[in-house]
Each structure stands twice: as C-alpha cells, then as structure tokens.
Design a protein around this ligand. Structure first.
Ligand SMILES: Nc1ncnc2c1ncn2[C@@H]1O[C@H](COP(=O)(O)OP(=O)(O)OP(=O)(O)O)[C@@H](O)[C@H]1O
Ligand SMILES: [Mg+2]
Length: 228
C-alpha cells in the first residue's frame, strides 16, 4: 500500500516546519532586529557570521532554549514561548535535536550507554549503519572519557539522531574534525533529513560546508541576509 501511495501522489510540496517572526534580541548590545525566517521539511539552512554576531544566541532562540526579547517562533501553528512549560519540554525532547557547540555526553558512562539513553526517549533502536557511517561503531564499549574529542562529537551527533528529531539544530558540529570526517558528518546529516522528512539548521564558520546547504544566511548588521 505504501508503494501505491508513493506512485499516486509524490509529495513535492515541502511544508514549513518552523517559522521565526520579527525576532529581536540583545544582551549588552543589540544582536539582531526583526529577523524573519522559515525552514521546511527536507531543507538545510546554514547561518554564518563573525564570532560574537549572535549565531549561537539565534540558534538557542530557534531551538526553544532562550526566549527572545521580542518576536515569535511558530512550531505546529503555535508560538513556542507561549506554550506551557511541559509542552515546550516535550517538543524539545521529542521533536528537536540540538547539537551544541560544546557537546554534553554523560561522562562516567560508556558510549553505548549514552546511545541507549536516547533510545529510551525515542523508543527507536540504535542505528548500526549510522554508527558505521560515523566510524564510531568500534568505540561503543569505551567510556566517554576514553574517546577522542572528535569521537565524542560524533557520538553526540549519533545520540541526537537516534532520537529521530524533526529539526536538527547544529552549532559548529564539525568544529573538532578534520576535513574528511567533517564531510562524513555533513553527509550523515543531509542523508538523515532526506530520509526522515526533517530539517537542518546549521551554524558554522566553514563556508564550504555552509554552501552545501540549500540556503545560506549571514548574520550581519543586526540582519539575517540570504546569500544563497
Ligand atoms: N547568556 C548570555 N548573557 C550575556 N551575554 C551573552 C549571553 N550569551 C551570549 N552573550 C553575548 O552575546 C554575543 C553573541 O554571542 P553568541 O554566542 O551568540 O555569538 P556567536 O555568533 O555564536 O559567536 P561564535 O562564532 O564565537 O560562537 C556575545 O557578545 C556574547 O558575549
Ligand atoms: Mg557560537
């Protein structure tokens, strides 16, 4: 039946997953003002900009972690920051996959325990193909403290994908990696969003990786400029 449906009605329209409306934020100085932006299913978007321009702050706002000074983040037709705490927490847990600039693994646990925690949340299996692709299938029994920086980073990415999120928010996910391994990680993320009808919002300093996304934005002079 699945096959028939695919034949009859291929889904060509990608639906909007997340929309930012008139976002403004500041700490000691203004970071951005009246930013508008949308991300659709199967779409990858990168955000570049100078250090301190507010990229991580913007990603925190988009990913439910930080309430903006003004503006809305619409997800499932509702403003994230108008939701009850519990509803917001459920979305963050179940639908959003957040890859931080500094990764947070449970130290003192093995690599495979860290993955099992994600499977408990999603009730999905650990995807062995994914672990092979990321070249970490042979470190599963090691403690997190025994992994190299790049292995920890790939493990934290595998853990996020194991949750099967609808939107991946990734802040410099390839920061510690050599060029070839960085490309493997990017291909894994692109592959994931295609197969799962998900979306990727990526913050990076590496322009050649940014350019592989469907859209490229630069955060500059308080605005998000569309470069591609
Ligand atoms: N929680 C906070 N409280 C006060 N100021 C903050 C906070 N978070 C960020 N800032 C400030 O906001 C500015 C933007 O920080 P942000 O981390 O968003 O920059 P970025 O573009 O991600 O930089 P980088 O490329 O270095 O990661 C910086 O001046 C930073 O000091
Ligand atoms: Mg940052």
């Amino acid at each position: 039946m699945g096959e028939q449906l695919d034949n009859i009605s291929p889904i060509t329209e990608h639906t909007t997953l997340l929309e930012a409306k008139n976002l403004s934020h500041e700490f000691d100085y203004k970071l951005f003002e009246n930013i508008n932006f949308k991300v659709k299913t199967q779409e990858s978007i990168s955000i570049i900009g100078m250090s301190g321009s507010g990229k991580s702050t913007l990603l925190n706002i988009l990913s439910s972690l930080l309430k903006p000074k003004s503006g809305e983040i619409i997800y499932n037709n509702k403003d994230l920051y108008e939701l009850k705490k519990k509803e917001l927490l459920n979305i963050r847990r179940e639908d959003f996959g957040i890859i931080f600039q500094a990764h947070y693994l449970f130290r003192g646990f093995s690599a495979s325990d860290n993955l099992k925690i994600a499977t408990l949340l999603s009730q999905e299996e650990v995807d062995n193909e994914l672990l092979k692709k990321l070249n970490i299938e042979f470190v599963l029994n090691q403690g997190v403290g025994e992994l190299s920086g790049g292995q920890q980073q790939r493990l934290s990415i595998a853990r996020v994908l194991t949750k099967k999120p609808k939107i991946i928010f990734a802040d410099e996910p390839t920061g510690n990696l050599d060029k070839d391994t960085a490309q493997i990680v990017m291909d894994t993320l692109f592959d994931y969003i295609k197969k799962n009808d998900a979306a990727l919002i990526l913050v990076t300093h590496e322009t050649d990786l940014a350019n592989q996304c469907n859209k490229v934005y630069k955060l500059e002079n308080l605005q998000l400029k569309e470069l591609k």
